[in-house]
Design a protein around this ligand. Sequence first.
Ligand SMILES: [Zn+2]
Length: 182
Amino acid sequence: MSNIDGYNSNMDRDEQKRAEQYESSENSLILQNAGELISRTEIVTRSVIRNLIREAFKAMEKAYAPYSNFYVGAALLTVDERIYRGCNIENASYGMTSCAEQTALLKAVSEGEREFAAIAIVGGKNKIVSDFCPPCGICRQALREFTAPESFIVILARSEEDYTLYSLDALLPLSFGPDSLN
Ligand SMILES: [Zn+2]
């Protein structure tokens, strides 16, 4: 997935300042949100991000993908800092296939979890993670049900050191969620 630098002419001007901000605080995050970079402090520190990525790689090892050979792992962080892992699970009836993100979400929600802070996702053909693996549209909507889209963090990773962050709002703008029904 390419980033969205080109969308925001103000970014160049502020980029260095924000990069310095990022370096100066272990607890500060920079999110890409609708063409803007947003700095914020959350429970999702860089050490938490690295741990989530590590857990997502472990989850990928469990993936069942005999048809596509595309293996995906996800690690979903609750606001109480519990982690639920998920992998993609294919089926001979292809339409039954479950994505890693949905597996993690279903596991967590079925255990009573309702609020989430972040998800890390890794994936690749034959478990070779050479590129970012963004969530499909259905997963973005599934996550939207239980998250605040402007603060929920989606971590796309190639390794523990090589990752990019998005708010869910950036990946699913103008979303329809539970509050839309009020
Ligand atoms: Zn999906």
